[in-house]
Design a protein around this ligand. Structure first.
Ligand code: NAI
Length: 461
């Protein structure tokens, strides 16, 4: 067994939690080791955010080409070359990974290839090597899960990892779970021409989203031809030659649907298997940390999906920064008051802060203002007038409690809502801030005017 030169900080896992922690530690002047068994980038870059959004962009390009005549552009025939779409997705990912590797090398961060295992405070084993480090950050991420129903592991029943490697577009896709992953893939594959059915156990799609917004999104997805069964519980999947038959309960009835491929999108679990052996306390399978992201073992910190809190790339990076700063003497606490929620369906959904049902349940005094994109010039110009901004503010202070958006580029314009929440801004702050024109973020501005008076470009709500 050989021993590596000691580092100030060693990080296990090179996803958005770990590699951002590594960069932050390097910015602060530390000698940093980053242990990764695959290539750098984690789920986000290889099997999550980036490849799915690359495919979504292909789906959008197809829809734009089909809708080109609306804009006075003649496109003879727009068809899907699924192989070329997948190749472009691979190329986008490869470009990002190569750039990340260059960035990490430029920061003089030592990348140690192999599976890292914590063997005690201050010591990690990577393959046959022992790596000594003053501080350790665990950022081992999460894995897709499957439902424990008969047939869940049949060939053709895929997780989000495997669906990204398909070679041909399935004719009929059944998606189990209408969470973020399920709805995003349903949107993409439906736009590409697959017949998509969603089976969701809860009474509506997108459980973490404001109920009104989720229901409107559900209507739009149904209008696009996606079949959505809610309050439906999958019982069994059977192989029938090349096809799969799914049996599910819907109320008192039993129903069936046939698919060429099935996507299991029923959640992810933290990669925490060998952490308990190393003496780290877990809570319900997730690595337990305090608000400073310290684990139960001194000098060991953690960030990202392994904490089982949000399982979002940008939350992982936020935690990675805090873990790195605290490992190097800081005392920052993680603050989750303004965590954006971005769903890349067509149209997009994005939100931050309290949902209306939460505000109601908490007995908060609040006012709601809605502004539809159909009344906004930029949305009309884009030809994407569906959806709305829903702003929830405390009464009488006007403090922004929640911003919920369904519509074009919702995931971009939510940034303003996130900042509003983070800074404790009021509707008046938003309304008294100039917004560029014509611009999608004007929908937030108009909704803010709806709280303090009335929107400018709306005759009635
Ligand atoms: P999820 O927990 O968000 O959703 C799982 C869905 O499956 C829920 O709607 C749940 O009610 C449903 N479900 C559970 N058991 C079921 C059953 N027996 N039958 C039918 N439906 C059932 O998990 P998901 O979508 O797999 O995502 C995993 C994680 O990845 C989440 O934390 C998500 O936020 C994150 N993610 C975030 C993205 C983004 O921010 N754009 C994109 C993709 C994933």
């Amino acid at each position: 067994m050989t021993e590596q030169a000691p580092f100030d900080v060693a990080i296990i896992g090179g996803g958005p939690g770990g590699y951002v922690a590594a960069i932050r530690a390097a910015q602060l002047g530390a000698r940093v080791a980053l242990v990764e068994k695959d290539r750098l980038g984690g789920t986000c870059l290889h099997r999550g955010c980036i490849p799915t959004k690359a495919l979504l962009r292909s789906a959008e390009a197809l829809l734009e080409a089909r809708d080109a005549s609306t804009f006075g552009v003649v496109v003879r025939e727009a068809t899907v070359d699924f192989g070329a779409m997948m190749a472009r997705k691979r190329q986008v990912v490869a470009q990002q990974v190569e750039e990340l590797e260059r960035l990490i090398a430029w920061r003089k961060i030592a990348v140690l290839p192999g599976e890292g295992r914590l063997v005690g405070p201050g010591s990690i084993k990577v393959g046959d090597e022992l790596v000594a480090a003053g501080k350790i950050i665990v950022a081992t991420g999460s894995l897709s899960t499957r439902l424990p129903v008969p047939g869940a592991s049949l060939p053709g029943v895929l997780t989000s990892d495997e669906i990204l490697e398909l070679e041909a577009l399935p004719e009929r896709l059944v998606v189990i779970g209408a969470g973020v992953i399920g709805c995003e893939f349903a949107s993409i594959f439906s736009a590409l021409g697959a017949r998509v059915t969603i089976i969701e156990v809860l009474p509506r799609i997108l459980p973490p989203v404001d109920e009104e917004i989720a229901r409107r999104c559900q209507q739009i997805l149904r209008g696009q031809g996606i079949t959505i069964h809610t309050s439906a519980s999958l019982q069994e999947i059977r192989a029938e030659g090349e096809r799969l038959r799914l049996l599910f309960g819907l109320g008192k009835e039993q129903q069936e649907v046939v698919a060429d491929r099935v996507l299991m999108a029923v959640g992810r679990r933290p990669c925490s298997d060998d952490l308990e052996e190393a003496g780290l306390a877990l809570r319900g399978g997730s690595l337990a940390v305090n608000e400073r992201l310290e684990t139960s073992v001194q000098n060991v910190y953690a960030a990202g999906d392994v904490l089982g809190l949000y399982m979002l790339a940008y939350v992982a990076s936020y935690q990675g920064i805090i873990a790195a700063e605290n490992a190097l003497g800081g005392r920052r606490q993680a603050d989750y008051r303004a965590v954006p929620n971005c769903v890349y369906t067509l149209p997009e959904v994005a939100s931050v802060g309290l949902r209306e049902e939460e505000a109601r349940a908490q007995g908060v005094s609040y006012k709601v203002s809605r502004f539809p994109f159909s009344a906004l010039a930029r949305a009309q110009i884009l030809g994407q007038p569906s959806g709305l901004v829903k702003l929830i503010c405390e009464e009488p202070s006007g403090r922004v409690l929640g911003v919920h958006i369904l519509g074009p580029r919702a995931t971009d314009i939510i940034g303003e809502g996130v900042l509003a929440l983070q800074m404790g801004a009021t509707a008046q702050d938003l309304a008294h801030t100039m917004h560029g024109h014509p611009n999608l973020s004007e929908a937030i501005y108009e909704a803010a005017w709806g709280i303090i008076d009335s929107p400018f470009h709306l005759r009635r709500l």
